[in-house]
Design a protein around this ligand. Sequence first.
Ligand code: PHB
Length: 367
Amino acid sequence: MIDNSIRTDLFSPTKLGEIELSNRIVMAPLTRGRTNEDGVQNELNATYYVQRVSAGLIISEATNISAQGRGYAMTPGIWTEDQVAGWKKVTDAIHVAGGKIVMQLWHVGRFSHVDLQPNREAPVAPSVIETDGNVFTNRGIERASIPRALGTNEIPYIIEQYRHAAECAKRAGFDGVEVHSANNYLLEQFLRDSTNHRTDQYGGSIENRARLILEVVDAVTHIWGGGRVGIRLSPVTTEIGNTPLDSNVMTTYSYLIQQLNKFKLAYLHFVEGTMGKNRDIPEGINLDALRSLFDGAYIGNNNYDLEMAISRRAEGKVDAIAFGRPFISNPDLVERLRYGIELVDANNDAYYGNGAKGYTDWLKANP
Ligand code: PHB
């Protein structure tokens, strides 16, 4: 039998900040839409994660930090005690099975719908800019509602939502948290000049547009320490909602990444290309150059296969690789990659939905 561990160190232990991994294959955050209406995880969710425990690190599906931060029905939350208790079932099971799991902290910003918001209020965003992006309500797929712009006096409340969620994630037994600052959700809406037209200290200059992200990271690292906090960025992704890029990607993200260095974070995690789609990088943008500005570890993600993972690792371009969709239909992805076992393709229909079908019923190659 082939053993790819003789030609790559992807299957060997490493450390991301203070988080020790048994290998460099990471399970990327994957929305699966299988909680109850209160965003509480259950035994089935624990089973799903434990099936994938051979990942060196599991990044949880994106988890709403507050009722206001929610944009998709049946996604988990981390602001109530029931949600903490639900997630504790997952983290305990992962730890018994010898794995590591961090929680991805999520506020969707403008990608929500009044049906999902407290008191049917408009979703919040840096500016009133409508999107044709879709969200998922209890009635099915719907166009996102027109957002309202956050007042400057509301920003401390946003930071408090992140702080509270980070504290809840700690009590829920996670090994760390990942700040979701990618895929054009709230934090990236603030960063990009295409979605932020504010004139207060959170809009205009690059320093102002990056301010909220840095204040959130500051709050979260006060709970966890930098060595257990990662951040996910997507400098060139137009997903979700066909959102335009920042007008100066290199300057904007360079500034942000250099500022992030002072927090000594566990890792930087990039969506390389367009989330879930291609790895095309527009002319004039160099993700490796952006990555090299970061002092800590780096997780690469988006449409990797084994050969690309091995060569990017051999070139020293990545410390770990996050695989997303392959983990849906290959719970034993690490073993399959290591021993050259063919991967099973997931059907899109299985991504979101109800119950065990397409969720916990994927087989391991060697049960
Ligand atoms: C999704 O639910 O489709 C989704 C959630 C979080 C992401 C990207 C996509 O970062």
